[in-house]
Write a protein that binds this ligand. Structure first.
Ligand code: UD1
Ligand code: CA
Length: 454
């Protein structure tokens, strides 16, 4: 097969975004627009990807440096044909060049694959729009063969009636592309070098021009303003929601879920309104996620119930756990099966073994907690001495009374009980009751102070 080269045009200023950030770095579904395009482009296993950037200094190459792409600057910006010209030194003559756009983020691999199958010659991605305003029109002859593309600003009133428009995405034999770009002229209403003029050149040379249409119209939508960005975001979120529904996930409201990454669900998963999923999130069978929870890079095993307003980041939760409401699992948390983490409990960089509970108002940081441990309300691991972090080890079957401070580094041995209100600074022995508080006393005859009269 002919090798594939991909050029991503991303030099436009994005004036209508009214932002200091280059347009293509604004996020859709949690990723910069141009990153969606780069991810889709990478799926095609091209020989070369070349990103043409312009505004915002080195912001675009810097933000996308994880991709093995060539970044070429286009300065000044003299049109889409001129933009592709900047990439020519990086393109191989024996390849096909696919032109994509950094601000058209939702183009799908399947559509591009269809273009690759369309046959030799030039392949245009076109779409029929009820309102074609603003787009270049596809001009066909009486036989229905493509003749050329005419930009709206250069079109006759009759041509403006044409509903079939140029999405801008095209696949071009690179050897010819090089010749055609060299012949472009800017004697048009905008004084630009139009990439679209190569279509007429192909026709004149008798080179076949094929058209392909995308499976979904949203694939070809570009982003020029914040309102177009939010509309495309909502469109995409509905696509994600229907994908989940098709798989059998129960959503309380398909319009009130945000997937900013990859969400994988088992069977009989239920997700209430307002939840946000970021990065890679996996929910096992029968997992329930309560309203307004935020899960990022998390794995939740089967049967676990996450009550509303819980926040789980870079954590692993076992099966049949109860989390929340109002729980916070910070990076490095690993909960084994049957663990309960209740309201206003924060866990960080800690492993908690099966069936242990911390149900109220606690901080568990840098800790290793055994099985069947009960951590009373208000218990805090004092893991930070102002300079360094230290670990707390709580062995199996420990009972920690409410409002205990565990000053790390410290170990609580198996089966120990700690009396409420204790400050623990030394190892707690196995199986005993340990407490560190002064004895209760009553001062008889003591009077409360009285308010002094003025
Ligand atoms: C272009 C097409 C038009 C098509 C439409 C689809 C041309 C001449 N016209 O028109 O047929 O219907 O897209 O949206 O190609 N860009 C650069 N450098 C430049 C100019 C543009 O990188 O010098 C990038 C822009 O950032 C943008 C894209 O190319 O992502 C399209 O440019 P734009 O000026 O918006 O083209 P349109 O006039 O919309
Ligand atoms: Ca445009």
């Amino acid at each position: 097969m002919t090798p594939l080269n991909i050029v991503i045009l991303a030099a436009g200023k994005g004036t209508r975004m009214h932002s200091d950030q280059p347009k293509v770095l604004h996020a859709l579904a949690g990723r910069p627009l141009v990153q969606h395009v780069l991810d889709c482009a990478s799926l095609l296993k091209p020989q070369q990807i070349c990103v043409v950037y312009g505004h915002g200094g080195e912001a675009v190459p810097n933000a996308m440096q994880q991709y093995a792409a060539k970044f070429v600057i286009q300065e000044p910006q003299l049109g889409t044909g001129h933009a592709v010209q900047q990439a020519l030194p990086h393109l191989a003559d024996d390849s096909q060049t696919l032109v994509l756009y950094g601000d058209v983020p939702l183009i799908q691999h399947s559509t591009l694959h269809q273009m690759q199958q369309a046959g030799a010659g030039l392949v245009l991605l076109t779409v029929n729009l009820p309102n074609p305003a603003g787009y270049g029109r596809i001009v066909r002859d009486a036989q229905g063969d493509v003749q050329r593309i005419v930009e709206e600003k250069d079109a006759t009133p009759e041509q403006r009636e044409i509903r079939e428009v140029n999405t801008g995405i095209m696949l071009i034999p690179t050897r010819q592309l090089r010749v055609w770009l060299g012949r472009l002229q800017n004697n048009n209403s905008q004084g630009e070098y139009y990439l679209t003029d190569i279509v007429g050149m192909a026709v004149q040379q008798g080179i076949a021009v094929h058209t392909v249409q995308p499976a979904n119209e949203w694939e070809i939508h570009g982003v020029n303003s914040k309102s177009q960005l939010v509309m495309l975001e909502r469109t995409w979120q509905l696509v994600e929601a229907s994908r989940l529904l098709v798989q059998g996930v129960t959503l309380a409201d398909h319009a009130r879920i945000d997937v900013r990454g990859k969400l994988s669900c088992g069977r009989d998963v239920e997700i209430d309104v307002g939840c946000i999923f970021e990065g890679d999130v996996t929910l096992g069978n029968n997992v329930r996620v309560g309203a307004y929870s935020v899960l990022r890079n998390a794995t939740i095993a089967a049967g676990t119930d996450i009550a509303p307003y819980s926040h789980i980041d870079s954590s692993e939760v076992g099966a049949d756990c109860h989390i929340g409401p109002y729980a916070r699992l910070r990076p490095g948390t690993k909960l084994h099966d049957g663990v309960h983490i209740g309201n206003f409990v924060e866990v960080k960089n800690s492993e908690i073994a099966a069936s242990s509970k911390a149900n109220h108002l606690s901080y568990i940081g840098d800790s290793t907690v055994g099985s069947r441990v009960n951590i009373g309300a208000g218990t805090i691991t004092c893991n930070y001495d102002g300079a360094n972090k230290h670990r707390t080890i709580i062995e199996d079957d420990v009972f920690i009374g409410s409002d205990t401070q565990l000053v790390a580094p410290v170990t609580v041995k198996r089966g120990a009980t700690i009396g409420a209100g204790s400050t623990i600074t030394r190892e707690v022995p196995e199986g005993e009751l340990t407490l560190s508080r002064s004895k209760q006393l009553t001062v008889s005859g003591w009077k409360r102070p009285q308010k002094t009269k003025k």
